[in-house]
Design a binder for this molecule. Structure first.
Ligand code: GLN
Length: 321
């Protein structure tokens, strides 16, 4: 948006104090929960002044262009665009990750996946770890940085998401250690000879049931990528497909760690056990007391007689949803 479009004179003599107050008022009017805090963060983003320095320099005039930029950001936030997309960053596991609307914003509960992957590789530092649906790359980067000898593969169906993941890997100096692959779930592994080679598969797949999508807060529903949220009629479509595909690529005691949505853990565990390929060895609870990560180990003896062959899909197979 240009300054003319916003009707602002180039010589705007708005002070930091009045700019802050205006931003806070607009955010409050739009129902944003912490308007003062968010106003300060948006100003910090544009002016490169910490909230403390904004107070110290409260009477300083804001250049007209910066004023326009803050107003534009405030308007987007008032429209419920997530703050993280406006600032372009989110912290996860002690690191800052670049985020755009091509990727899900990292959530604190996904740390459970990272911790368990690292714990499982304790005895096996040169493990091969796969992050399926890597998005921002936050899981792959966090695992790779904690396990300097591990080989980490990051897969995503979206080229735009992989570009963000790649940028994060570069920013954290891990791009040489993580291989990015584009494709549907584990399909890219088929072409690279990873059958029975993988130690750990981690994934935060889409798990919102279709009918629940409309009940999500607008920040999530209107702005985060549908592909990373929508999990089919009961939210577990992708978990099922991963349960089918993972036995092909996991070593016999390899593990599959899946994040699940509210109330899904028991059903995903049941399906994993019924497939005959997996033993549930743990279910990890998040800080809200929700069973959030299911942990499966591939059984030595493999499947039971009723179950079918695990499926190998190639990168060209059409995703089912
Ligand atoms: N945790 C996200 C939410 O509830 C959903 C993430 C996902 O579907 N994997 O908003």
């Amino acid at each position: 948006m240009s300054t003319e479009q916003l009707g602002i004179a180039a010589t705007s003599a708005v002070t930091i104090r009045s700019m802050l107050a205006e931003a806070e008022r607009s955010l409050h009017a739009a129902g944003i929960e912490q308007p003062a805090l968010e106003a300060a963060w948006l100003l910090e983003h544009v002016l490169h002044l910490s909230p403390l320095m904004q107070r110290v320099k409260a009477e300083r005039p804001v250049p007209a262009l910066d004023y326009a930029r803050v107003l534009a950001l405030v308007a987007r936030r008032a429209n419920r665009e997530p703050l993280q997309y406006l600032l372009g960053t989110q912290e996860f596991c002690g690191r800052e990750f670049r985020v755009t609307s091509a990727v899900l914003i990292p959530r604190p509960e996904s740390v459970l996946l990272v911790r368990e992957a690292i714990r499982r590789c304790g005895q096996n530092p040169a493990a091969i770890v796969v992050d399926v649906g890597t998005g921002s790359g936050c899981l792959a980067v966090s695992v790779a940085s904690a396990l300097p000898d591990a080989r980490v593969l990051a897969i995503d169906a979206s080229a735009d998401a992989l570009a963000v993941a790649q940028a994060n890997m570069e920013q954290h100096g891990l791009d040489a250690r993580i291989e990015c692959m584009q494709g549907d779930l584990l399909a890219p592994l088929a072409e690279c000879g990873f059958v029975s080679q993988i130690d750990v598969i981690v994934s935060n797949p889409p798990y919102i049931p279709d009918l629940d999508l409309v009940t999500l807060q607008p920040e999530v529903r209107c702005f985060e990528p549908h592909l990373a949220l929508a999990g089919g009629p009961d939210g577990m479509d992708v978990h099922r497909r991963l349960l089918q595909q993972a036995p092909v690529y996991l070593k016999s005691d390899g593990v599959l760690l899946l994040e699940v949505g509210l109330g899904q853990a028991a059903a995903v565990c049941r399906e994993a056990e019924e497939s005959g390929w997996f033993r549930t060895y743990d279910v990890l609870r998040d800080e809200g007391g929700i069973d959030r990560v299911v942990c499966f180990e591939k059984k030595e003896e493999g499947r039971n007689p009723q179950s079918g062959q695990p499926s190998i899909q190639t990168a060209t197979s059409r995703p089912s949803s």
